[in-house]
Every structure is written in C-alpha cells, then in structure tokens.
Write a protein that binds this ligand. Structure first.
Ligand code: AP5
Ligand code: ZN
Length: 215
C-alpha cells in the first residue's frame, strides 16, 4: 500500500502514520523526522535546513525531493510506504509522481486529515516526544507516564523547537498557501479521501483504515 498523509501541522499525520506502520508493516517516511535528524547531526543539509525549519518555512523543494527519491528506492519500501509530510508543494507532488513512475509504482491513496485551527494550536503546544525512542505524546490527549516519562522506554520527553505559538501560526499559513492546493491536485486524480481529524486518535485511525480498504 502506497499512501500519502496530508494535513496541516498538528493534524495527526505522525500519530496516525506510526499506527499504520504497526498495522500494515510498511515504513513511515517523514520528511520532518529526516530533516530533524540531519539538523541534529549537523550535516551540511541539516545546517541549511535548520533556518527554514526554525522559522516554520518550507525547506527548498530540491533538498526534500532528493532525500525522498533516495529513501523510496530502499528495499523496505518495496511493499509500500506511508508518506508523512511529503509532498508539500505542487512541485514536490509532480516530482513524487515521476520518482514513482521510474520505479514502476503509483500511489494508492491520499488521506487528508481535517482539523480546526484552534485545535491544531492546542495539539502542537501540548506535544512532546521521547528523546530516546521518538514516540509522540500530548500532555492532555495522549499523556505520558505519571512521572512525565515515555510509556514505551522510560525516556525523557522534549518539545520541538518549532512548536512555539508564533512559529505554529506561520507553519499554518505556509500550509494554506503552499500545501492545501494539493487536495485539489489529488482529488482530480481520484486519489483523495478526506477524513475528519477532530475525533479521538483511535477513531481517526479506524476511519483511515476504512478509507484505505476501499482504495
Ligand atoms: P513536519 O515534521 O512534517 O511537521 P508538520 O507538518 O508541521 O506536522 P507536525 O509533525 O507538526 O504534525 P502532525 O500532523 O504529524 O501531528 P502529530 O501526529 O505529531 O515538518 C517540520 C518542518 O520540516 C516544516 O515546517 C518544514 O520546515 C520542514 N519540512 C518537512 N517536510 C517538508 C517538505 N516536504 N518540504 C519542505 N519542508 C519540509 O500530532 C500533534 C499532537 O496532537 C501530538 O501531541 C499528538 O499526540 C496529538 N494528537 C494527534 N492526533 C490527535 C487527536 N485525534 N486528538 C487529540 N490529539 C491528537
Ligand atoms: Zn521512549
């Protein structure tokens, strides 16, 4: 199964992708996670990407397209993948189509998660993730252990640098301007399914799985 998860910052793409990984045994390809790893390793790409990410702007298309092209060629993507946070521009969407065509593949479905703006802000300001295993939490909606640590590995939880309110608002604007047009793009190709992302995490998962079973 070859899936794209679309949705604004905080819509639940990463949360839902991690659950789909367990269910279908296919990898999650998160460009945000790949870029954050490059930033933490201080690689040349990471140093370049950091200024865009800190401001909540998109990293240039050619950088992101390059890392996705390479990742999709890996053996573990043969049976399928879940793209989380890519594509984010029409240029990225066209590039994805070409990369997949070169691999003799095509997308099966694009799921767009719809969530109201103020709910997105609440989700992002309360988000934390485990420094050891990367598992995501929300202080209220998906709480960590009683002592504030990770429920999987006991690791310490941290907050993302771009989860402050001013940067969140810019990320949302960028989404509206540059990424929202992809809904129309994929709708015209008959690939788009819209899912209400306002429900609780497990209900959203069930709706995504139901939508995928029809694709
Ligand atoms: P990226 O890491 O992709 O961030 P994003 O798109 O802003 O998305 P988020 O990770 O913030 O949200 P999410 O939808 O995954 O929500 P989550 O599941 O965590 O990108 C970061 C930056 O990298 C970009 O700004 C850009 O600079 C760069 N970048 C990345 N990809 C790029 C690309 N393709 N091109 C160019 N630049 C790129 O959930 C959020 C919180 O809500 C969590 O705490 C979770 O527990 C909680 N939650 C989830 N679902 C629910 C629910 N149903 N009810 C209640 N709470 C919920
Ligand atoms: Zn952990």
């Amino acid at each position: 199964m070859k899936i794209v998860l679309l949705g604004p910052p905080g819509a639940g793409k990463g949360t839902q992708a991690a659950m789909l990984v367990k269910r279908f045994g296919i990898p999650q390809i998160s460009t945000g996670d790949m870029l954050r790893l490059a930033v933490s390793e201080k690689s040349p790409m990471g140093i370049k990407a950091k200024e865009y990410m800190d401001a909540g702007d998109l990293v240039p298309d050619e950088v992101v397209i390059g890392i996705v092209r390479e990742r999709l060629q890996a053996d573990d993507c043969a049976a399928g993948f879940i793209l989380d946070g890519f594509p984010r521009t029409l240029q990225q969407a066209d590039a994805l189509k070409q990369v997949l065509a070169d691999l003799d593949k095509q997308l099966d479905a694009v799921v767009s998660l719809q969530v109201e703006v103020e709910a997105l802000v609440a989700r992002l300001t309360g988000r934390r993730s485990c420094v050891e295993c990367g598992k995501g939490f929300h202080l209220q909606y998906d709480p960590p252990a009683a002592d504030g640590s990770c429920t999987e590995c006991g690791g310490k939880l941290i907050q993302r640098d771009d989860d402050c309110e001013a940067t969140i608002r810019n990320r949302m604007q960028v989404y509206q301007q540059q990424t929202a047009p992809l809904e129309d793009y994929y709708s015209k190709q008959g690939l788009l399914t819209v899912v209400d992302g306002m429900a609780d995490i497990s209900t959203v998962q069930s709706e995504i799985v139901a939508a995928l079973s029809g694709s």
